[in-house]
Write a protein that binds this ligand. Structure first.
Ligand code: NAP
Length: 495
């Protein structure tokens, strides 16, 4: 979408004008490319609903974007390609190495960063459209009708909000600014007043498009709202915010499509708007948080129950890799619960090795994958499939996984914390309370692999670590799993 919006920023003549007369062969080709692009976007999204077809979905969507870009480059409104080519080269030079180098764990901030650029493009198209409409060309001022004025105002409001909001989200996740919520008294009332003034100005602009002050008020307030609305949201909720901003960027792109009469932007923007919104809802549901709670709740600012009570009283028990390997080698059923730490350690390949060894010894291995494990939706599914772990071994429904855990011999928690915190069920004062979680303590034995006593993303202590049947194996996940693999192999050699 960002690519398309950027390309349109370089087209001086609105697409609608070129469609005013009879369609030329070139127009037919452009519209055909747009139709193909729209179909491929829809097919891509459909394929992405099944993990086994996710790769195909990405390819379909990428081809869709290729059609959309080619169609746009064939546009008769383009007078010169010089700046477009310069922009494409510059964008590719920055974007390609960035995308190749980014670690999976930094993906949320990378997505936020690229949203910001897409939104800059959409906002600039809006500003250019507005300025052109009221510029005298050969003694004629094109003007703007009410519908287009609304579309341009809407595009600029949501685009500007997404620009600054995405940069804020990036700053928080990259720890350039504090990830903690920044709050002040009356903040929600302040933000709601700003939203009301922005909507009122949008109303004035729609009623009388010549009111330039209304247009620039919408633009300015959009930029300001992006900052003020993201300030009170904690780093832990940023992926939900990014997904919501994604939805806003889609709406802005769709409005751009209406403003310049471009079908592919209308369709792709609507798909992105709806997709981002649905994803935000799914994520907040998996964390048992309402949208209002995420946007206005300042999650992450409350001290943990354990911190309030002066820290955990019991010390966790530990187990050596050698003893843990023996138990795993003779277990009939093992459930692995991976979390953010597995992604940080890039331990998925070693995990598959361990999995295969246990299976070879006759044990059954399954994975409990929580919807918000890691730092983005599907984070663990992606890294496990990258390591070649069969999708059939993954339990992605929390209730199903909890049923399997009840009869498991060993539950192995690898770099997960919040998603296995019993306080989510037992402590009403915990910020995690109400979030559906896995219950690994119902298995006979629980091994927890983590580097030390660090908390999870929510910053709260985890009483699982001091339960009677929990044993800690401290260390980097990749190193610990490597040791377990070595010990199981040594067992074989010893017999
Ligand atoms: P988590 O609660 O963040 O816990 C990760 C644990 O991994 C930490 O306690 C850390 O402990 C350990 N760790 C870090 N690096 C490690 C390494 N190299 N080796 C071994 N262990 C390591 O992770 P989670 O259980 O996956 O929960 C995800 C959290 O993110 C939830 O609170 C969820 O709500 C939030 N969130 C997720 C999404 C999403 O879309 N997935 C979106 C928004 C929010 P040590 O420091 O002691 O090693």
């Amino acid at each position: 979408m960002s690519v398309l919006a950027s390309l349109f920023a370089a087209i001086p003549v609105p697409a609608a004008e070129t469609l005013g007369g009879p369609l030329t062969t070139r127009d037919w080709i452009v519209q055909g490319a747009y139709l193909a692009a729209s179909i491929l976007f829809i097919l891509g999204l459909r394929s992405l609903t099944k993990p086994t077809q996710a790769r195909l979905g990405m390819q379909q969507a990428a081809f869709g974007m290729l059609f959309a870009v080619i169609g746009t480059l064939l546009h008769s409104g383009i007078i010169t390609y010089t700046w477009i080519i310069a922009g494409l080269i510059l964008g590719a030079l920055i974007g390609y190495p960035m995308a190749m180098k980014v670690a999976m764990t930094s993906m949320p901030q990378f997505v936020a960063f690229s949203h910001a650029f897409g939104a800059i493009a959409a906002t600039l198209v809006g500003v250019v459209e507005y300025r052109h409409a009221f510029e005298m060309v050969n003694g004629v001022m094109p003007g703007m009708n009410h519908g287009i004025a609304f579309a341009v105002g809407f595009e600029v409001l949501f685009g500007a909000l997404t620009v600054t909001g995405s940069f804020m989200a990036f700053g928080k996740l990259q720890e350039l600014i504090t990830g903690r919520p920044i709050t002040f008294p009356g903040q929600n009332a302040f933000n709601i007043t700003l939203i009301a003034v922005a909507l009122l100005s949008l109303g004035v602009l729609t009623y009388d498009p010549t009111q330039a002050w209304a247009f620039y008020t919408v633009l300015g307030l959009g930029l300001f709202l992006g900052v003020s609305m993201v300030l009170p949201i904690g780093g832990g909720d940023m992926p939900v915010v990014i997904s919501l901003l994604n939805s806003y960027a889609g709406l802005a792109a769709s409005a751009t499509g209406f403003a310049i009469g471009n079908n592919v932007l209308i369709i792709a923007g609507a798909l992105e708007g709806a997709g981002g919104f649905i994803l935000s809802i799914i994520m907040s549901k998996a964390m048992n948080r309402s949208f209002a709670n995420i946007i206005f709740g300042a999650f992450g600012s409350a001290p943990s129950a354990a911190a309030k009570a002066g820290g955990p009283v019991k010390e966790p028990k530990t187990i050596t890799s050698e003893d843990a390997a023996t138990q795993l080698a003779y277990a009939g059923s093992v459930v692995i619960v991976p979390g953010y730490g597995m992604a940080v350690a890039q331990a998925q390949h070693t995990c598959r090795e361990l999995h295969e060894l246990i299976q070879k010894k006759g044990g059954q291995v399954t994975y409990a994958i929580h919807p918000v494990a890691g730092r983005m939706p599907g984070h663990l599914n992606v890294i496990l499939s990258e390591a070649g772990i069969d999708y059939g071994a993954l339990l992605t429904d929390v209730d199903d996984a909890n049923r399997v855990l009840q009869t498991a011999d060993v539950a192995v928690i690898i770099g997960a914390n919040d998603i296995v915190n019993p306080d989510a069920e037992e402590d009403k004062s915990s910020p995690l309370f109400g979030m559906p979680i896995f219950r690994p303590w119902t298995a006979k034995t629980v091994f927890v692999v983590k580097r030390g006593k660090g908390t999870g993303f929510s910053g709260v202590e985890n009483p699982l670590f001091t339960k009677d049947n929990t044993l800690m194996i401290y260390g980097d996940a990749k190193g610990v799993l490597g040791n377990l693999v070595k010990e199981i192999k040594a067992l074989d050699e010893g017999h």
